[in-house]
Design a protein around this ligand. Structure first.
Ligand code: ADP
Ligand code: ASP
Ligand code: MG
Length: 345
């Protein structure tokens, strides 16, 4: 693995499975502290399963099912347990006081949802984004408490990443995002703890980068910081030649081009969000996919010109896809048929 200039930014992203419980937070902190660079941006996902649980709160409220109250309490318990295992009592109190302010907001949103019987997109975006706020606030305090790195700053990506959703997914407004982030940046060496997944739209309303979007957050921050490298830490040894849940003896691919990685991701390799590669390609930033639970392993390198002679890199699959075959005389020479057909689909 290369050693970038110690003054360059390096972005490390840890997925939900890497921050599932207190032992995971300790593992992630040790990885962060072992990094040689002086400028690190650490992007975190929500703790494993939390985004799903938050979306479930909205579903329950829409169904008039009061169980969202107990489920919200269970989310508090889960974060309180991790905080209690990692932080001294005063910091646990501080963390939970912030959590309770969020929970009060959530309570209002969910009560309204229950009355209205519908949440809508803005409500889902707002509610599902709390997981990243909770995981990063906890990790930020924990890393400070360990005392190995100095100048640790919490960055709420909603204040600097501006994304507008279009038919092709979230589009980043680069100039304004860059201007906002650079206003927040400390001048010298620093460790930034950054919320993955969330952003704001141009009107200032909270949005997300889509499910699994923290990978994309990592490359957005890498581009904004002109980072030297991106490391995506997950729960497998790298990009594998097939989905390991279907093919247990799938092998790690040592190197992939940006195009190959994009293709695998678009066609179902869940290990990386398909939009992650785009900000890295233009700036030639290498992306490493690595295992949080086996940090000594080399992982997969995704870059412009990988050193590999493997013609076939991997196989992917997508579930629940239907092939619709439509035929008939009405299709021949009738203008607008295809338009109406695709419109209906
Ligand atoms: P994270 O929580 O780190 O974001 P994800 O669950 O989003 O992790 O992605 C990692 C998972 O992707 C792995 O646990 C694995 O089951 C799955 N996966 C599917 N296809 C592949 C593949 N080709 N290579 C590696 N992992 C894959
Ligand atoms: N927490 C978000 C999700 O579960 C984003 C991410 O993990 O990448 O989709
Ligand atoms: Mg993921």
């Amino acid at each position: 693995m290369s050693s970038p200039d110690p003054d360059s930014w390096v972005v490390h992203k840890f997925g939900g499975s890497s921050v599932a419980d207190a032992a995971c937070f300790a593992r992630v902190a040790a990885i962060v502290e072992s990094q040689p660079g002086r400028r690190l941006a650490v992007v975190l996902s929500a703790c494993k399963g939390v985004t799903d649980a938050l979306l479930q709160l909205v579903n329950s409220a829409e169904r008039q099912d009061e169980s969202w109250r107990a489920a919200l309490q269970a989310l508090r318990e889960r974060h309180a347990t991790i905080a209690a295992a990692l932080l001294p009592a005063a910091l646990v109190q501080e963390y939970l006081a912030e959590f309770d302010r969020d929970a009060a907001d959530l309570d209002s949103v969910l009560r309204t949802t229950q009355v209205m019987r519908t949440g809508g997109l803005h409500v889902r975006d707002r509610v599902s984004g709390y997981g990243e706020i909770w995981s990063t606030r906890l990790f930020w305090r924990y890393l400070q408490q360990r005392g190995q790195r100095r100048d640790i700053h919490w960055i709420d990506a909603r204040t600097c990443v501006i994304a507008e959703w279009g038919p092709l997914g979230p589009g980043i407004q680069w100039p304004v995002s860059s201007e906002r982030l650079h206003k927040l940046l400390p001048p010298a060496a620093a460790t930034l703890i950054v919320t993955g997944y969330i952003a704001s739209d141009p009107a200032g309303i909270q949005t997300t980068l889509g499910r699994n979007g923290s990978d994309f957050s990592a490359s957005i921050f890498a581009a904004l910081l002109s980072a030297a490298e991106i490391h995506i830490w997950t729960d497998v040894d790298g990009v594998l030649s097939a989905d390991p849940r279907r093919v247990p003896d799938a092998r790690v691919i040592s190197a992939l081009s940006y195009n190959e990685a994009m293709e695998l991701a678009y066609f179902g390799a869940k290990v990386i969000h398909p939009q992650t590669m785009a900000p890295a390609v233009g700036r030639d930033i290498p992306i490493w996919i690595r295992n949080t639970f086996a940090p000594e392993k080399p992982g997969t390198l995704i870059c412009a010109h990988p050193n590999s002679d493997q013609p076939v890199k991997g196989i992917t699959s997508i579930d629940e896809v239907a092939l619709v075959n439509i035929e008939g005389a009405g299709m021949i020479g009738v203008p607008g048929t295809a338009h109406r057909l695709f419109g209906a689909l």
